[in-house]
Design a protein around this ligand. Structure first.
Ligand SMILES: *Cc1c(COP(=O)(O)O)cnc(C)c1O
Ligand code: SF4
Length: 346
């Protein structure tokens, strides 16, 4: 019998001793990192590690470099500043991001919300839900609500049902998107009951988060098939990560594999300049090189937009080969508002 997903979350690795014992690591190195940025790895995801230091390993095993990132800010995109009510980010006129959960099945070491994900705070407490819903109800320009977090699908079906039906009772909310990594990290979360629930609230889109071809497994493929069969269009957001997927051949293999499981590559994200993630950063040139290598060589359906999310919350800008660096090291980019800004790496 298939294991219950809540049990799988309980059974995931959260203790540094277990990790240290299994891989012969030093708990004295892991512990301080874990205290600042919590550890959690599901048995499924842990099972994808083939050897220490490999692309799966790097994404989930705490690294002391997370604590040695002095230059970067915890919230460079100013999400907290663009939050009209706690738990909601309203940056673009017609869409909002609602942080409905603070927890994930696996805590990715490169997470752009690592300032708060996995930490106990009040931003997602039930008491805020009514304030968020009221804001959305009163803001008639909002057509598109992105549920994010943390991972929305770590909420149970009852809570999700409440959120989805509340949103559906607001006439100007047109589409609902769910950003989730559970197809990759906790595929058993995608149950027939969950698919039926999502299907009752269409149009619902799911954007998942695969970063490496090894994450495309029979289990994650099965989870995506169930969602697709429920009529849910599936997109994928990949983060360009040093030592994980910063290679045109790896990316081509990943994006082809995603298309074959009915997941459309949507965004390839340049790493945000978030504190605690410096060892994952790549240059913009690397991303442009990957995009140039994909173009013409893989199905156009397999090619995502390569985007940089501009510091300060100015929005995402697609980067194309041809966006070259200027002599002073900056890129000159145009925001969705038409403002020309300079983008500099740290
Ligand atoms: C990425 C993002 C969105 C959604 O952007 P799309 O380009 O429509 O996918 C909305 N709000 C915020 C704050 C975002 O970061
Ligand atoms: S699943 Fe998403 S929100 Fe959760 S830790 Fe990973 S990147 Fe961050």
């Amino acid at each position: 019998m298939k294991c219950d997903w809540k049990q799988s979350v309980k059974d995931s690795i959260v203790a540094t001793e277990e990790l240290a014992g299994r891989f012969g690591l030093d708990p004295a190195v892991l512990d301080p990192v874990n205290r600042r940025y919590p550890l959690r790895i599901t048995r499924h995801y842990l099972g994808l590690i083939r050897q220490m230091g490999d692309p799966i390993w790097r994404q989930c095993i705490p690294d002391e470099r997370e604590l040695r990132d002095a230059s970067a800010l915890p919230d460079p995109l100013n999400e907290n500043g663009l939050s009209p009510v706690p738990g909601l980010i309203h940056r673009y006129p017609d869409r909002v991001v609602w942080l409905v959960s603070n927890v994930c099945a696996v805590y990715c070491r490169f997470c752009m919300r690592k300032r708060q994900v996995g930490c106990h705070n009040d931003s997602t407490e039930a008491s805020c839900f009514s304030a968020v819903l009221e804001y959305i109800r009163e803001t008639g320009t909002i057509r598109d609500v992105v549920l994010s977090g943390g991972d929305p699908l770590l909420l149970d079906d009852e809570r999700l049902s409440y959120i989805l039906s509340s949103l559906r009772s607001i006439p100007h909310v047109d589409i609902i998107r769910i950003g989730t990594r559970v197809p990759v990290t906790l595929p058993e979360r995608i149950t027939p009951a969950l698919c039926a629930l999502l299907q009752r609230h269409h149009p619902v889109y799911v954007n998942t988060h695969f970063n490496h071809p090894w994450e495309v497994t029979p289990e994650s493929s099965g989870a995506c098939a169930m969602l697709a069969d429920a009529g849910i269009p599936l997109g994928n957001q990949t983060v360009l990560l040093n030592g994980v997927n910063d290679d045109p051949a790896v990316m081509a293999e990943l994006f082809r594999a995603l298309l074959s499981i009915r997941v459309k590559p949507y965004y390839l994200h340049q790493m945000d300049l978030v504190k605690g993630t410096c060892h994952f950063r790549t240059s913009v040139e690397k991303g442009l090189e990957i995009m140039a290598a994909l173009r013409g060589h893989v199905s156009g359906m397999a090619v995502p937009y390569y985007v940089v999310d501009l510091p300060g919350g100015k929005g995402k800008v697609p980067l194309l080969p041809g966006h070259e660096r200027r002599g002073d090291g900056a890129f000159r980019l145009t925001t969705y508002r038409g403002e020309v800004v300079e983008y500099r790496e740290l």
